[in-house]
Design a protein around this ligand. Structure first.
Ligand code: NAP
Length: 334
């Protein structure tokens, strides 16, 4: 088998190597990976910014989809030919997150999916929606499950307003799921072109934060001065204070990302005066993934992204670094 591995940090240091193809042990499954999608976390991981103490060498990337090749003894849930995707945290199957369940994230605690073959526990897989290609299915494990749970962070009725930040993987899935729920979606982006593309997918109104950083005022204006019901917060340091201004009294912030940095200072009373709920999201469980797939299958939803060849792993990481993409970045395994 072939893998891309982090042997030392940096995009240029990502190494393409051959390893012996392993056989599945008891309770394990050997998967031929057909496609992998990238998350911002993978870029951070490769650059050594996510965990400078990462155990090396490490195969990056949490998200991939493929075909079961063989199963170990005791595995009855899967058979050769099944189309599957790995779950982000291999030990978080159901229920609330615990420290034990949080251990075992693919492409971090353990080797990830940027490989032609992977061995995963039988419980660390889900079946992928039938109407999706491997490339589409590979986008689901992290960004889609995160967006799915972010939208569940507030009890929103159809007609409520949600605000998305940027047009990356999580935010575009949030747009798609919000439309499924009959929600009004406002979006902020660095690019008018990306906003136009999002509008074609159902974005109700967009604002370019590059021209004018005061998107929180714009969001208030768009909601008659009241504020939005939910913010899908991926910006972090530079956006959290504005998100607090942009929500309505009693509104929710689904705190997901740290694109602009992980530490900031802001006025604490703004939380209490707004009676705000800041709800942390850390992807989700296997059960969340299964429930999300059921909805995706029911409505025939298709993820949005750009496809690259397996050999272009370094180029794709650079593309993510430039933030010029829209939706997901996907690699097809040769
Ligand atoms: N907590 C979790 O479970 C979880 C799960 C998944 C991701 N995340 C985190 O969520 C964030 C987004 O991840 P992703 O994979 O969706 O990233 P991504 O695909 O790389 O999307 C990034 C996009 O966000 C926009 N953006 C960049 N800086 C911004 C800023 N300061 N303010 C507003 N928008 C900004 C840009 O879009 P425009 O050019 O359109 O503005 C950029 O293309 C990352 O921090 C990631 O680590 C967390």
């Amino acid at each position: 088998m072939h893998v891309w591995q982090i042997s030392s940090f940096g995009i240029d240091s990502l190494e393409f190597v051959e390893r012996p193809t392993p056989a599945p042990g008891p309770g394990e499954v050997l998967v031929a990976v057909r496609a992998i999608s990238l998350n911002f976390r993978d870029l951070m991981m490769v650059k050594g910014l996510y965990n400078p103490h990462l155990h090396l060498p490490r195969i990056p990337c949490s998200d991939g989809a493929g075909e079961v090749l063989s199963v170990g003894t005791g595995v009855t849930a899967w058979k050769p030919g099944d189309r599957v995707a790995g779950i982000f945290m291999q030990n978080w199957l159901d229920g609330p997150l615990t420290p034990a369940k949080a251990k075992g994230a693919l492409g971090g605690d353990i080797d990830g999916m940027l490989a032609t073959h992977v061995i995963l526990k039988a419980s660390g897989l889900v079946a992928v929606p039938q109407h999706l290609s491997f490339q589409e299915a590979a986008t689901l494990p992290c960004a889609a499950v995160t967006a799915w749970n972010a939208l569940a962070a507030a009890d929103l009725k159809p007609g409520a307003t949600v605000l998305i930040q940027g047009t990356g993987g999580v935010s575009i899935f949030a747009l798609q799921f919000a439309r499924l729920k009959g929600l009004r979606v406002l979006g902020v982006s660095s690019s008018d072109e990306k906003l136009k593309r999002a509008a074609k997918m159902g974005l109700d109104a967009g604002f370019n934060y590059r021209n004018n950083p005061d998107w929180d005022r714009w969001a208030l204006g768009e909601t008659g001065g009241e504020g939005v019901d939910l913010v899908i917060e991926v910006g972090g340091a530079d956006t959290l204070a504005r998100s607090l201004k942009a929500i309505r009294t009693g509104g929710t912030i689904a705190q997901i990302g740290v694109l602009s940095g992980a530490a900031t200072s802001f006025s604490i009373p703004s939380i209490l005066h707004k009676v705000a709920r800041i709800h942390g999201i850390y992807v989700g469980s296997r059960q969340d993934f299964i429930e999300m797939n059921r909805a995706i299958s029911l409505v025939g939803m298709r993820p949005v992204g750009e496809e690259f060849r397996w050999s272009q792993a370094r180029e794709v990481l650079r593309r993510m670094e430039e933030a010029s993409h829209f939706g997901k970045l996907v690699l097809t395994v040769a």
